[in-house]
Write a protein that binds this ligand. Structure first.
Ligand code: ADP
Ligand code: MG
Length: 246
């Protein structure tokens, strides 16, 4: 069954297309990487799927519905720089935000909501940071807190935009194992990822984009030197040698 269906999606900023004519059918229960060079439109694609940007053309369906009807089933972890780090909020409050979709009267979490939040904090091993301000934490702790928030939402699809940027190796490992746990529960996880050395072994499928869709398929089939070079337009040699990735 396809959980996300994208048809011919084009999104522009100031009339300049950032992504063009993207069509994708995403199956349930896999971990999918979105890769492409800086400015390729990776974040734009995620925001488009989430209904956060107006489309020039195209259509997105999630579980066969418009995104507004299925918001409860979707978690989104934005790219770090999009968060207002001066916003005064502690870890517990941030994670409780993940429960808002479940709380009938905003501001009155029930015992169950509190228990879910505590479980998520424990799962991400940040329960001791619960009362600390988000802005005072390390990068790894901040990302754990955002993942705990997404988890607290108990959704079916998780969108993560570069969750591994600025995190330590231990956090990276625990995020990957959590992603696998979610997958084993039948959830779908889409991750913008820029470290190409981690694609093989970690992701079932890869979406390669550079404004347009270059390829989408099983990692073993599409994560090839030819398609990587096509996606990065020869710019990759500066970053990493293609042969070392495969
Ligand atoms: P990626 O996530 O792959 O680095 P983005 O989706 O953020 O790429 O951006 C795609 C293109 O759209 C880039 O050229 C970027 O400069 C442009 N862009 C992104 N956000 C905005 C915005 N809010 N206003 C204008 N241009 C934007
Ligand atoms: Mg981005």
């Amino acid at each position: 069954m396809n959980v996300i269906s994208i048809k011919n999606l084009t999104i522009s900023y100031h009339r300049k297309p950032a992504i063009r004519g993207i069509s994708l059918e995403i199956e349930k229960g896999s971990i999918i990487a979105i890769i492409g060079p800086n400015g390729a439109g990776k974040s734009t694609l995620l925001k488009g799927i989430l209904g956060l940007l107006p489309f020039d053309s195209g259509e997105v369906k999630i579980f066969g519905e418009d995104v507004d009807k299925v918001r409860k089933k979707i978690s989104y972890i934005p790219q770090r720089e999009q968060f207002d780090w001066d916003f005064p909020i502690n870890v517990y409050e941030l994670v409780m935000m993940g429960r808002y979709a479940h709380i009938p009267f905003i501001g009155f979490p029930r015992r169950k909501d509190k228990q879910v939040v505590i479980n998520c904090l424990e799962k991400l091993e940040i329960e001791r940071c619960a009362t600390r301000q988000i802005r005072n934490l390390s990068g790894g702790q901040q990302q754990r807190a955002f993942i705990a928030r997404a988890l607290a939402q108990e959704s079916d699809i998780y969108f993560m935009d570069e969750p591994f940027v600025g995190v330590d190796a231990k956090t990276e490992k625990s995020i990957f194992s959590l992603m696998n746990e979610l997958k084993s529960e039948g959830k779908t996880i889409m991750v913008v990822h820029h470290d190409l050395s981690k694609i093989k072994g970690y992701y079932d499928k890869v979406i390669m984009i550079n404004q347009t869709l270059i390829a989408y398929g099983n990692t073993n089939d599409v994560f090839t030197p030819e398609l990587i070079n096509k996606t990065y337009g020869g710019r990759l040699t500066i970053l990493q040698k293609t042969e070392e990735l495969i």
